[in-house]
Write a protein that binds this ligand. Structure first.
Ligand code: NI
Ligand code: MN
Length: 237
C-alpha cells in the first residue's frame, strides 16, 4: 500500500499525540517534565502544532516546537493572542467553537470541552476539543468532562478515531469516557490523560472491558512511541 495513504497516531504520553496522513500535527505537546515521555521537544519534527487549552500539561512545549519547526500553532483565540504577544515570531492561529481553519490541506475544527483554561494566572479563553481532518478525522477531546453535545460532534463530524481522557480527577474517568464513546460512535477510541501522575492512575483494561457493550467500536490502548497505523478508510492496519 502507498505509505502516503496511511494515517498515523503516535502517543507521546499524557494528552500528547502526533497524527496525520499527509502532514504531521502534534497536539498538546508536554514532553519536558512529563515523567512518562520518552522523547524531547528538540527531536520533534512536525508541520503544525495544536493546543486544546492553557494548562501547563498541554501548552508546555508547544511554542518551542512551533518556533523550531516554523509551524503554525492553532488554539483558542484568547490563548493564541497571549502566546502571540509573548512570542513575536510565533504564527499563532486563533479559532473558536464550530470554527475551522485549513492550513496546507489539514483542517482544524474547534469543538467545546467542559473544563477550564487558565494560562500562567491569566484568562486563557475557553478550553476546546479539536477535530483534525487529514484524510481521516480524529477528535482530540482535550481535557473535558462528559457532555451530551458530544452527540453533535458525532452527527456533524463523524470522527473515525476519538482520543478521550480517562484519568479522572481533572477530566472524565472510565465510566464517563465509556458513555462518551457510545455517544461519539467512533470506530476507534484511544484513552489518554492517565497514568502520568498518581492522581490520574487508571487501569486501561477496564476501559477496554466496557467496549464489550459497544457494537462496532474498539478501544485501542496506545503504547508510547509505538505508532498506530490506519488505512485511508479508517481501518487499523
Ligand atoms: Ni487541563
Ligand atoms: Mn490536563
Amino acid at each position: 500500500m502507498n505509505m502516503e495513504e496511511q494515517f498515523e497516531v503516535n502517543w507521546h504520553g499524557h494528552a500528547c499525540f502526533t497524527l496525520g496522513m499527509t502532514k504531521k500535527v502534534i497536539i498538546d505537546p508536554f514532553l519536558e517534565g512529563n515523567p512518562v515521555a520518552k522523547i524531547k521537544p528538540d527531536s520533534v519534527k512536525v508541520d503544525m502544532v495544536a493546543v486544546t487549552h492553557g494548562h501547563f500539561d498541554h501548552v508546555a512545549d508547544a511554542v518551542k516546537i512551533a518556533l523550531k519547526n516554523s509551524a503554525p500553532l492553532i488554539t483558542m483565540v484568547e490563548l493564541a493572542g497571549i502566546l502571540q504577544e509573548e512570542n513575536k515570531d510565533l504564527n499563532a492561529v486563533g479559532i473558536n467553537y464550530s470554527g475551522s481553519t485549513t492550513i496546507d490541506g489539514i483542517k482544524f475544527t474547534s469543538v467545546p470541552a467542559f473544563h477550564s483554561s487558565g494560562y500562567n494566572g491569566k484568562y486563557g479563553g475557553s478550553p476546546m476539543g479539536i477535530i483534525v481532518t487529514d484524510g481521516l478525522k480524529v477528535y482530540h477531546a482535550g481535557d473535558t468532562g462528559v457532555f451530551k453535545d458530544m452527540e453533535v460532534i458525532r452527527d456533524l463530524y463523524k470522527p473515525d478515531i476519538a482520543l478521550l481522557p480517562i484519568g479522572g480527577y481533572y477530566t472524565m474517568g472510565i465510566p464517563e469516557a465509556l458513555y462518551a464513546s457510545k455517544m461519539l460512535g467512533s470506530k476507534y477510541v484511544v484513552p489518554m490523560h492517565y497514568n502520568t501522575f498518581d492522581a490520574i492512575r487508571q487501569d486501561p483494561g477496564k476501559f477496554v472491558e466496557g467496549f464489550k457493550d459497544l457494537k462496532g467500536q474498539h478501544a485501542l490502548i496506545a503504547e508510547i512511541e509505538k505508532p498506530m497505523k490506519f488505512d485511508k478508510n479508517g481501518n487499523k492496519l
